[in-house]
Design a protein around this ligand. Structure first.
Ligand SMILES: [Cu+2]
Length: 189
């Protein structure tokens, strides 16, 4: 006659332990700030006005669909080549106006397909920006530069949220079990 209550109690205690375990793990985990330290990036770009037009990592993947992804505050050294040996100039279009306007950043002119022109750019503004050739214009030669803030949307943050969510669900189940146990006890004559 006592065994039913004992079983229920064991079940409730068991559920409580399961519920507390993720919370303990979460509390004990070191908050990960993410790879926020700015790093030096080396990016090779081949510019070309036509056949094909655009920008590429190499002479064989030149297009107008290239996206470069870096972290905020990365110091990028662009190694710039002119695949067609024409004059080009890389412009980072910080206001996405698709034209050369105040506040944009641009490289020196380059026109060699064998010797790189190096240009350093610090990605101090987060966001997604167009880049294009300041000589031939946005329509002829463009791509995208995505400057990410590492602390937002990091893997560590989403894992913590998942842990908390699972812990919360288990706690709700445990509370329901306690209420059920109490009701069962009250029903006894
Ligand atoms: Cu150009």
């Amino acid at each position: 006659m006592f065994s039913r209550l004992a079983k229920t109690s064991i079940l409730v205690v068991g559920l409580m332990i399961v519920a507390l375990a993720p919370a303990t793990l979460s509390a004990g985990a070191t908050p990960s700030p993410g790879p926020s330290a700015a790093s030096a990036r080396s990016i090779t770009l081949y510019g070309s006005y036509q056949n094909p037009a655009g920008w590429g990592w190499t002479p064989s993947n030149i297009s107008n669909g290239l996206t470069l992804t870096v972290n905020k505050d990365d110091v990028i050294t662009f190694h710039l080549y002119a695949n067609d040996s024409m004059d080009h100039q890389l412009l980072i279009d910080l206001d996405n106006s698709h034209s050369n306007t105040t506040g944009d950043a641009w490289s020196p002119m380059f026109r060699s397909n064998t010797t790189a022109k190096d240009w350093q750019y610090t990605a101090s503004t987060a966001g997604t920006f167009a880049f294009f050739c300041n000589v031939h214009g946005y329509a002829a030669q463009h791509g995208m530069l995505a400057v990410q803030t590492p602390s937002s949307g990091g893997g560590g943050t989403s894992m913590d949220m998942t842990t908390l969510a699972i812990g919360g669900i288990i706690i709700v189940v445990a509370i329901v079990a306690v209420v059920a146990a109490v009701l069962m006890r009250r029903k006894r004559p």
